[in-house]
Design a protein around this ligand. Structure first.
Ligand code: 3PY
Ligand code: ZN
Length: 640
């Protein structure tokens, strides 16, 4: 078709000057670009028709395959709200116009207890293996900007979303950030930063963290929740300083662990208050309390938040929890009553269990009180009708959790990890050993010295637990035989000090016996890591892939291999972010027509016609699609 268009183009027929032809007729070259993209998309669609979803970890087909019904919002007089443009009013205006300090002051001065909505990050990280795609966030973005205009923030980036976007969704996380930002200009965007680990699983050179935060701020993040998996203040300081330098709102964070109400436990009120003082000395704007496992009971919440409020009357406090035990709403209400300025919640259909407590339940619990978060429950419910459909669309990533797990007070497995481990156990056919694995997790934690458990230290405990179960090792066996056991890599990295220093020190003689002469760091790893040569990385990316941005450099710095694989994938299949999720996850029915908008105004109308027989000689199949009325054929390796 390109050649036909070219030969029949009036300019070409007239024989006018060829050199200006390219400038004057870009539409023909657009056509080549689109055809190239369409061909790559067909390659993916062909592959999915033959081999099923290439998304690792998917089990079965989506439970929902229909058209998604979009919610409508109405004002108090029953008039439909125009959501064709995003809402412009919200807490972000204060950050933009007056800066982070003014924002913190305004939050503190606000009477009600504000909410952060985690639906776009932690909720789907905890329930659906972080698989929600950009297109599905963007499709509800404008409505969300209206319905949730009074949110403290929308958590939408960081944590596992960064890695998973490239690794499993073949998306650029930076592109996601920019797209969301355009559609939600009014609500502060919040990300989760793993302190000196950035969004990776171990410490990186300091300059990589500074570079990353600068790009994150420039591309749309407002508030950075900075935590360290061991509450190591030296590790926290790196992230906090990097966010300060980038000009973001610093939510310096304490990870809550254990049972503060039990006087024999290691992490008591005094421990937390001292840590908060250290964070305040680093000039944080907001204090985050991160209860990643959901073990902050209502009474502990009242004590902890009450004591911090008393010690730091002007410090805004923002509390995060998971509802694993089923007590999340009660705890968040207790926090609000004790003086928290903001707490976390998720849309009802993506709430509860390992996710955050339900926004509707929290709103109802605070209704009529001075702590009312100031959201319209009807709007919140309307947005949830969208997420109810999406939850079914993403059903292949459900972990199969059916109820709360109050045993979390013993095993203390963080929300995201709990679902992950359960999912893995059932895939490995170890469902029956699940209770044993949870017990082993508890023992592994004790062996490691009762550490704070969250990414990446939670993986250390999880790996040790699985190692104990598969090798039938008891607590005593591990202690006695540490000098000869082949420990998982993450355990050795922890013992080496590559994740920072645990409170109370490393367990001895276990550490020395397990390390068998390997190095032992007693300071933060960043002090011994060579700075990354960011210019060199940029040149290398450019040499391999052409165009390169600072964001690419930051992605590479966090995940070199994942970034390379992502680049290779999109070179082969193109940008799949345009493909509706239903067709990204599974093949269409034969004869089913669907549309893909490659870019504004360029729509492909597609229909799967047939999948040919397996060739004995090549191991391949021919797949036939109809694309904009023409039959197209792709040859696909049958790998099943
Ligand atoms: C992450 O680091 O991804 C977390 O969600 C920790 O809770
Ligand atoms: Zn969380």
């Amino acid at each position: 078709p390109f050649l036909t268009s070219l030969l029949t183009h009036p300019t070409f027929i007239d024989g006018n000057c060829w050199t200006t032809f390219i400038d004057d007729t870009p539409e023909l070259f657009d056509l080549v670009g689109s055809q190239n993209r369409a061909q790559k998309l067909l390659a993916y669609l062909g592959d999915i028709a033959v081999n099923g979803s290439s998304i690792k970890g998917q089990v079965g087909e989506p439970k929902f395959k229909g058209e998604i019904i979009m919610p409508e919002l109405f004002d108090d007089d029953g008039n439909k709200i125009d959501t064709s443009e995003p809402c412009q009013k919200g807490w972000r205006n204060i950050i933009l116009e007056e800066g982070p300090e003014a924002f913190a002051k305004a939050v503190r001065a606000n009477e009600g207890c504000l909410l952060m909505d985690t639906t776009w990050r932690d909720a789907h990280q905890s329930l659906l293996a972080t698989r929600v795609r950009t297109v599905d966030l963007c499709n509800i973005a404008k409505e969300t900007s209206h319905a949730y205009s009074n949110l403290y923030s929308l958590e939408c980036w960081g944590g596992a979303t960064f890695d998973v976007a490239m690794r499993f969704l073949y998306e650029d996380p930076w592109d996601r950030l920019r797209k969301m930002r355009k559609l939600v200009p009014n609500i502060p965007f919040q990300m989760l930063l793993r302190g000196a680990n950035g969004v990776a699983y171990s410490s990186l050179p300091d300059n990589a963290i500074y570079h990353f935060c600068e790009q994150a701020k420039k591309n749309g993040v407002d508030i950075f929740r900075v935590f360290d998996a061991l509450n190591d203040i030296d590790q926290l300081e790196v992230g906090i300083n990097a966010v300060h330098k980038a000009g973001g709102v610093v939510e310096g964070t304490v990870c809550f662990s254990g049972d503060m109400l039990n006087p024999k436990k290691k992490y008591n009120l005094e421990y937390y208050l001292k840590l908060v003082d250290k964070l305040v000395a680093l000039k944080i704007h907001v204090l985050g309390i991160k209860d990643m496992a959901g073990v902050l009971k209502p009474k502990a919440a009242t004590l902890l938040i009450g004591a911090i409020r008393k010690a730091h009357p002007d410090l805004p406090i923002h509390v995060h929890t998971h509802d694993s035990a089923g007590t999340g709403v009660a705890s968040m209400v207790a926090c609000a009553n004790a003086g928290a300025d903001a707490v976390d919640a998720a849309t009802d259909s993506l709430s509860g269990m390992t996710s955050q407590p339900s926004v509707g339940a929290i709103l109802s619990s605070l209704e009529g009180s001075i702590q009312d978060p100031g959201l319209n429950i009807h709007h919140v419910r309307a947005i949830d009708t969208y997420w109810a459909q999406l939850r079914l669309l993403y059903s292949p990533f459900e972990a199969g959790l059916n109820g709360p797990d109050p045993e979390v007070y013993e095993h203390e497995i963080p929300g995201g990890q709990l679902t992950n481990m359960m999912f893995q156990a059932s895939q490995l056919g170890l469902g029956a050993q699940w209770a044993e694995t949870k017990k082993a997790y508890e023992h592994a934690n004790d062996l490691l010295g009762d550490i704070v458990k969250v990414t990446p230290t939670s993986k250390v405990v999880g790996d040790l637990a699985q190692f104990m179960v598969s090798n039938k090792l008891t607590f005593d066996d591990v202690q006695k035989r540490a000098g000869e056991l082949d420990f998982p890599g993450s355990v050795l990295e922890f013992f080496e000090g590559l994740m920072g220093q645990p409170y109370g020190g490393f367990p001895e003689p276990l550490r020395t016996n397990a390390l068998r002469g390997r190095r032992k760091l007693d300071k933060r790893p960043g002090l011994t890591l060579e700075p990354l040569d960011l210019q060199k990385i940029k040149k290398e990316i450019h040499a391999k892939w052409g165009n390169v941005t600072e964001c690419d450099v930051a992605s590479y710095a966090m995940y070199p291999k994942v970034f390379e694989d992502y680049k290779k994938f999109i070179q082969k299949y193109g940008d799949l972010s345009v493909l509706p999720t239903r067709y990204f996850l599974s093949a269409p029915e034969i004869g089913e027509e669907f549309h893909v908008e490659l870019e504004k105004g360029k729509v492909l109308i597609l229909k799967l016609l047939a999948v040919g027989p397996l060739s004995d000689t090549t191991g391949q199949r021919e797949v036939f699609y109809e694309m904009n009325g023409e039959v197209r054929q792709v040859t696909v390796d049958d790998v099943l």
